[in-house]
Design a protein around this ligand. Structure first.
Ligand code: UD1
Length: 416
């Protein structure tokens, strides 16, 4: 890819990766066919479909629509090979315990962004009356019956909130999840569960009250737009002094991001499900602190680093959610960024221009951040291992080209 282009135009954003995978898992809670629309065409969706097939479901993935036919008695044991490829597949744990009173879910592999333990998922399920152990690399859970409980999370974990919520909807009695995560994807899950017949109060707040019901029905649901993808385009526009309209995302899901970009000098126009962002000068340096929603999303930390790398001034970035997420900063340094990390802080002194280099994407968001940096580098930057980006950004290269970026995908066939 070559640097230097100003991104101008309109980009359409579809459903959120971090929503669709949980909604697919939630379909397990009801016998029959659940249909999800506005699904992103990313690799993780067919991988999750394989996980559900290994549990006895019939799954059809057709462009933006996913239909899942759940049998009366799904299998409680997820297939190792499917689960190991997809970290998010651990979210079948809660629905399986609720539906089958038993679950065997292999532990997904490690992750380049840091350790991702399941202690809060397990502690929550235990409070609901399940036993859970890690045995032979698998989470094994049993529950004769599930009952309501008061659960306090040590940290508002997205995955733990989702697993506990999906088990609690079919528990006997009332469950209160305190210090619950409040991400828009959790709200989307609550909306779908409510459509299925679940009774949940406090949706969107940090206290969720779940009144258990005896059964749920399948439903049709449209996945919310991907705020992380939408915000990535906002950063791309700001970094290239461009003007981009982003459709399909609720701008209020990224209020803080847009406010930071305005502080950096951008102008924004906000509409119901769309926004336009434009930038006319080199961005000014701003500080970023990652926190659970409504804080600045850790998934956007690489974009914050990329922006800071070319901003006028010095920025401090603080990472509070995933300890190893700064590992990719070395790749930014390869592109000429003046960046230093110490523990969970990074200090970046902006330079006027980055310089192209071969760099390696270690995860979805690091990959996107490196591509954004490459847009502001002299010469042609090669980003390797871009399969990571495919896991989160549908049609990334096509969308970039549509906005005027000089970028192409070079197939490297190992057998060639
Ligand atoms: C989800 C998102 C991910 C996002 C993250 C934080 C999906 C598929 N992934 O990941 O893109 O970056 O939320 O917004 O939705 N933790 C524990 N014990 C637990 C659970 C979590 O210590 O039992 C820790 C984690 O190590 C991490 C922090 O809590 O440091 C946040 O993790 P969590 O919110 O659970 O993230 P995920 O659900 O894995």
């Amino acid at each position: 890819m070559g640097g230097g282009a100003r991104l101008v135009g309109t980009v359409e954003v579809v459903g959120a990766k971090n929503s669709v995978l949980k909604l697919m898992a939630a379909s397990l809670l009801a016998e029959g066919t659940t249909t999800l629309t506005n699904c992103p065409e990313i690799l993780d969706v067919p991988l999750m479909a394989d996980v559900l097939r290994s549990l006895g479901c019939t799954v059809e993935v057709d462009h933006g629509t996913v239909s899942i036919d759940v049998p009366a008695e799904p299998s409680a044991e997820a297939d190792y090979r499917s689960v190991s490829k997809l970290r998010a597949s651990v979210c079948v744990l809660g629905p399986l315990v609720a539906r089958c009173r038993r679950a065997v879910v292999p532990l997904p592999g490690g992750d380049a962004i840091g350790s991702r333990p399941l202690d809060m998922h397990q502690a929550g399920l235990r409070k609901l009356g399940a036993t859970t152990e890690i045995e032979h690399g698998r989470v094994v859970a049993h529950a004769k019956e599930l009952h309501g409980a008061q659960i306090w999370l040590d940290f508002p974990s997205v995955g733990a909130t989702e697993n506990i919520l999906m088990a609690a909807v079919l528990a006997d009695g009332t469950t209160v999840i305190d210090n619950a995560a409040r991400e828009p994807e959790i709200v989307d899950l609550c909306v779908m569960l409510s459509q299925m017949g679940a009774k949940i109060d406090g949706v969107g707040s940090s206290t969720l009250t779940v009144y258990g019901v005896t059964g749920l029905a399948p439903t049709d649901h449209r996945v919310i737009g991907d705020r992380i993808v939408g915000a990535t385009w906002a950063f791309a526009a700001a970094m290239t002094c461009g003007e981009v309209t982003v459709n399909g995302v609720d701008p209020h899901h990224i209020d803080l991001v847009l406010d930071k970009l305005r502080t950096a000098g951008a102008r924004t126009e906000i509409r119901a499900d769309s926004f336009t962002i434009s930038m006319h000068d080199r961005p000014r340096a701003v500080d970023f602190v990652t926190l659970p929603f409504p804080g600045f999303a850790t998934d956007l930390q690489p974009m914050a680093i990329a922006l800071s790398a070319i901003a006028d001034g010095t920025s401090m970035i603080t990472e509070n959610v995933f300890e190893a997420r700064f590992r990719f900063v070395d790749e930014m340094v390869r592109l000429g960024a003046d960046a230093r990390t110490d523990g969970h802080h990074a200090v970046i002194r902006g330079v006027e221009r980055l310089s192209s280099a071969p760099v390696w994407a270690s995860d979805i968001r690091a990959g996107a951040g490196l591509v954004l940096a490459g847009l502001c580098a002299d010469g042609a930057t090669q980003v390797w291992d871009v399969e990571h980006i495919d896991r989160g950004y549908p049609r990334f290269v096509e969308n970039l080209r549509g906005l005027g970026a000089d970028v192409s995908r070079v197939r490297t066939d190992p057998d060639a």
